[in-house]
Design a protein around this ligand. Sequence first.
Ligand SMILES: O=C(O)[C@@H](O)C(=O)CO
Ligand code: MG
Length: 261
Amino acid sequence: MPKFAANLSTQFNEVPFTERFAAAAQAGFEAVEFLFPYDYPAAQLKQLLDENNLKLVLFNTAPGNVAAGEWGVSAIPGREAEARADIDRALEYALALEVPQVHIMAATVPAGADREAYAETFVRNMHYAAERFAPHGINLLLEALNPVTKPRYLYASQYQTLEMAARIDRPNVFTQLDLFHAQLVDGNLSALIRENLGRYRHIQIASAPDRHEPDEGEINYPWLFNLLDEVGYDGWIGCEYMPRGNTLDGLGWFAPWAKKA
Ligand SMILES: O=C(O)[C@@H](O)C(=O)CO
Ligand SMILES: [Mg+2]
């Protein structure tokens, strides 16, 4: 049976961030994920999780200077000290929030920059991160982002993140299979799911091409949920979609799995 986590960065935007925990729990979610915890003290977030009987299943390292076009700093040559400070800060939050996995954001690669130098920098920073998180049993994830949503990110294809995870070659490094990005770049989702079981440790969903509820568009999610059960995927599925309107109005697809009050 699939296990769904509400995404508090994209869902329940009708209310402020700190109120989204209760909203997700009331809608029947038992777990949540979000992009970044860093605007709030870890103790406050832990209290919100505990008060609402929610597990946290994923967050990311800091994105760098987003206004300047950055989306992660772990692959930027010359920014290693900042990347490692961000990794250390993510570890502090991960321990306080008891999260099983953290997405280490790579970077966008400026036009004309040496992509291989970015990849090498990322591998070195990932070795640092893998060593820091391993004693705590926390996994690290890499995520491919399609070039329409996030132009020039270090990797766009699932096959590039799978290759990068193999190159990093650490036992606690895996990929994060966001099926929305995967459909826009790679397609053939059932083969990705079947052939790479064990290499991806988290899934995210949204319709394609519009990134709304998983009940429209070109991906047949009910079929994929059955496939995930069939192959034995036992990780979380993050609902990283932009609701068409009010979040609750769009949760009909989730009704069969919602925790009953
Ligand atoms: O798909 C996404 O955009 C996110 O999962 C993310 O972590 C960063 O871009
Ligand atoms: Mg995603």
